[in-house]
Each structure stands twice: as structure tokens, then as C-alpha cells.
Design a binder for this molecule. Structure first.
Ligand code: CMC
Length: 428
């Protein structure tokens, strides 16, 4: 392959370098397009063809259904690693040694107390507030309690900010959940693992000990790993672009949480469960909903189906579907919604509308069924996604700052009015 791309614009020819990644992905490097062509830019709504950065964190091949964190396959990590190891791997690039992991966990635990005044903010939210709005606000509020900005040139400063958010975010998640359920706000237990602690902080009743269920711990660990990073998706791009203005880590993360909330992104897990419930309430007629999804006049979409990058299958969905079966079985939960989900999947996999458009179940299609079996309410599903995605956002923010990337600032093609004269109000 030539190492140059040639573009002809208005009779003039320009050459641009071709760059290739370690997995042979190819891009035309257009960094100098505008300056060398007197103002020509590219137009790519939704960035369907645009690489925004070079990244060494996550590799994804949508055609082959491959997902790897730092070179390790998602299948192997989900089976053999725990969430904190994966967080370390994503953020710092290598799997931790035993000592590194212990230190990392100890440093996180040392930072897992939240300023008491944050409780007043939690108290001010109505119980009806959506937990994603609350957690985005609380993450943003952390900037007020930690006002000094991170010196990204200092590894120590960077590390401190990272363990701080990994320590405090689960507390904020638990408080968001407990406040909504009228439970006292409490702290976790320093003697517990990262994931066990999250469960205890969320579910412990004030008048009894919390009983750990290894099936639930393993299920949450796996779900968090599967959600931990997904290269330049909507929320991650948001974190990177916000952080590129040199706003701090916590402020950047809160923008990512807001972006994740939308039903086309992380909010799909809540939307899937609501859709499955609606189908059940409506008599379980999956064919009717398939027809609605295919009807271009109907805004209904089959939530949990389709993906911008995966055009074969979502490897996370494969793992989660199997896990959903096992976990419901192990917990002795019979959920009719699982059967509705399977029926929809079966119909979609042989329906030309879905086959032609390469629409397969994504990570959100089965995850809600597991969360529900674990006792997590529907409106907390996307918060659990955020909990899993946190190390990914941190890793991407860190990479962006260490690479000294320029401020994110796309251009546009203006299609509005050309110059016109101002009309005073009596003449309009
Ligand atoms: N149900 C019915 N039709 C669909 C669906 C769906 N879920 N998804 C895509 N299509 C159709 C769409 O109407 C279009 O048809 P046509 O070519 O006739 O106009 C075609 O498939 C291509 O869709 P698109 O919207 O151009 O694709 P996109 O890459 O812009 O969007 C998506 C990807 C994930 C936003 C979309 O598939 C979708 O809305 N899915 C449902 C929401 C969902 O499950 N989101 C979670 C994504 S995975 C987790 C995450 O991102 O956090």
C-alpha cells in the first residue's frame, strides 16, 4: 500500500501521509489539510469516519467482534481477572504485580472518605431525581471539595487524583442509591475487596449484617470488567474533549457521566429493561415489537440492538448472555423477561431487516437482567455502567493529557444566512 493518499481539490493535487496502527488500522493523516489547501476541511457528522486520537488503551474490531484492553482479550479478562486489576491495567498499561495491586487498593481505600458536607448536597436532591443526574452532579461537586488542579506533569499528583476518584466514586454511587431508598448514608468497610465493599455500601440495612453472596460478587465484578473501557465512544470522547481544555479530572468525568446517561449510549440498559417490561405487560407479543422496530414511521427502536462499531456481534453481549443464564440459575431467579429477550434475539437474528443492517444484541441487551436479579433497580443500571466505565474514562483522560493533545475544537460548514442588515424591532 502507498504511504500517501492523494486528494484532488479544484484541479490541485495534495498528498497526505497514511498512518497505520499496530493492528493494521489505516488512516489518512489530515492534520495539515486546512493549512495546505487554503481552508478545506472534512465533514463527518457523528465522526463515523474520523479518528480523534492515537490510543494504546483499547482495541476493538467491529467486523470480527474483538475487544481487547491493552492487548488482553475481554474474554480472558472477564474469566481470570478482577475489576481492580483491570482498572490498573487500563490506567497504567500493565497488569499489576501482587504488591502493586495491594498498594493500589490501599491507596484507594485511604481516599474513600467523602467530605461530610457532601451529604448536605445529597440531602438536597428530591427522591424522585434520576440517579444519573445526581451522580453527575456529585462528581462535579467533588471539584469544590478538591479545588487544587492536578499537575499532570507530576506522576504523584496524577496518581493521587486517580486513587481519590476511585475511592470516592463508589461512595457517591452508594449514597445516591441509599438516599433514594430512604437508607442512612454510610461508609464502606476497609477490610473488604473493592467490589464487595460497593455491594455492602449499597445494600447494607441499618439493623442487620450484610450477607455476602459470592455469585453476586462475581457477577458484579464481571459486569464492571465488561464495561470498563470501549475506546472513543460518546462518553469517553466527551471526557477527552472536556479534559483537553485542561479542566480537571473530576470535572471531565462528570461530563462523561452526563453523556453516558442518554438512551442511545449507556442509558440503553435502563431502556432495554423498560422495553422488555412493556412487552411483557402487553402480552409478550415480540413479533408486534419487531414490526414496530422495523417501521420507519414508528420512532420505536429495539433497545439493546445495534452498535456504531460492532457489525458482527458485540463480544461483551456474548459473555453477558451466558452469564445471565448462569447467574439467574445460580440465584434461583426465574425472570420471564429473560425469555422475552431471548425470543426477540432469535427473531432479530433471522430477520432480513436486522441481518442486512448488521444489528446484533449489544452489551446493554442482557446486562439489565443480571442487575435486576442482583436486586439493583432499573434507574440505577446506568450508574452501575458508570461505575464500570470509570477506569476507562480515567485511562483515556490520562493518556490525552500525557500525550499533550491539543484542545478539541471541531470545525463546521456554515450553512446559515449570509451578511444582512439589522432591522429595528418595529420593522420585523
Ligand atoms: N432498532 C431498529 N433499527 C435500528 C436499530 C435498532 N436498535 N439500530 C439501528 N437501526 C437501523 C437504523 O434505523 C438505520 O436504518 P436505515 O439504514 O434504514 O436508516 C440503520 O439501522 C443504521 O442505524 P444508525 O442509527 O445509522 O446507526 P448508528 O451507528 O448511528 O447508531 C446505535 C448506533 C447504537 C445508536 C443504534 O443502533 C441504536 O440506536 N441502538 C439502540 C440503542 C442502544 O442499544 N444503544 C446502546 C449501544 S451499546 C452501549 C453503549 O454505547 O454504551
Amino acid at each position: 500500500m502507498s504511504d500517501k493518499a492523494t486528494i484532488e481539490i479544484k484541479g490541485k493535487t495534495y498528498e497526505f501521509p497514511i498512518i497505520e496502527g499496530t493492528e493494521n488500522e489505516v488512516a489518512i493523516d489530515i492534520k495539515n489539510l486546512r493549512s495546505s489547501t487554503e481552508g478545506v476541511i472534512t465533514l463527518d457528522p457523528g465522526y463515523k469516519n474520523t479518528g480523534s486520537c492515537e490510543s494504546a488503551i483499547t482495541f476493538l474490531d467491529g467486523e470480527k467482534g474483538i475487544l481487547r484492553y491493552r492487548g488482553y482479550s475481554i474474554e480472558e479478562l472477564a474469566e481470570k481477572a478482577n475489576f481492580l486489576e483491570v482498572a490498573f491495567l487500563l490506567i497504567f498499561g500493565e497488569l499489576p504485580t501482587k504488591e502493586q495491586l495491594e498498594k493500589f487498593h490501599a491507596d484507594i481505600k485511604a481516599q474513600s472518605v467523602v467530605d461530610e458536607d457532601v451529604r448536605k448536597i445529597v440531602d438536597a436532591f428530591p427522591k424522585s431525581a434520576h440517579p444519573m443526574g445526581v451522580i453527575a452532579s456529585l462528581t462535579s461537586a467533588l471539584t469544590a471539595f478538591n479545588p487544587s488542579s492536578v499537575n499532570v506533569n507530576s506522576e504523584e499528583d496524577m496518581y493521587k487524583a486517580i486513587v481519590k476518584i476511585l475511592g470516592k466514586f463508589p461512595v457517591l454511587v452508594a449514597w445516591t442509591f441509599r438516599k433514594k431508598n430512604g437508607l442512612p448514608l454510610d461508609y464502606g468497610d476497609k477490610n473488604l475487596g473493592y467490589v464487595e465493599n460497593i455491594l455492602k455500601m449499597m445494600f447494607k440495612q441499618p439493623n442487620e449484617d450484610y450477607l455476602f453472596n459470592p455469585i453476586v460478587i462475581n457477577a458484579l465484578d464481571k459486569l464492571l470488567i465488561l464495561h470498563a473501557d470501549h475506546e472513543q465512544n460518546c462518553s469517553t470522547s466527551t471526557v477527552r474533549i472536556a479534559g483537553s481544555s485542561h479542566v480537571g479530572l473530576f470535572a471531565s468525568l462528570s461530563t462523561g457521566i452526563s453523556a453516558l446517561w442518554g438512551p442511545l449510549h449507556g442509558g440503553a440498559n435502563q431502556a432495554v429493561l423498560e422495553m422488555l417490561e412493556a412487552i411483557k405487560e402487553d402480552g409478550g407479543d415480540t413479533e408486534k415489537y419487531m414490526a414496530k422496530a422495523k417501521d420507519k414511521e414508528d420512532p420505536f427502536r429495539l433497545m439493546g440492538f445495534g452498535h456504531r462499531v460492532y457489525k458482527n456481534f458485540d463480544p461483551r453481549a456474548k459473555i453477558i448472555k451466558k452469564a445471565a443464564d448462569e447467574i439467574l440459575n445460580d440465584l434461583g431467579v426465574e425472570d420471564p423477561i429473560l425469555n422475552i429477550a431471548k425470543a426477540l434475539e432469535q427473531e432479530a437474528l433471522k430477520d432480513p431487516y436486522f441481518v442486512d443492517r448488521k444489528l446484533y444484541p449489544n452489551v446493554d441487551f442482557y446486562s439489565g437482567i443480571i442487575y435486576r436479579a442482583m436486586g439493583i433497580p432499573t434507574d440505577m443500571f446506568t450508574v452501575m455502567f458508570a461505575l464500570g466505565r470509570l477506569p476507562g474514562w480515567i485511562a483515556q483522560w490520562r493518556e490525552m493529557r500525557l500525550n499533550n493533545e491539543p484542545i478539541g475544537r471541531p470545525r463546521q460548514i456554515y450553512v446559515g444566512e449570509t451578511l444582512r442588515s439589522f432591522k429595528t424591532i418595529d420593522k420585523r
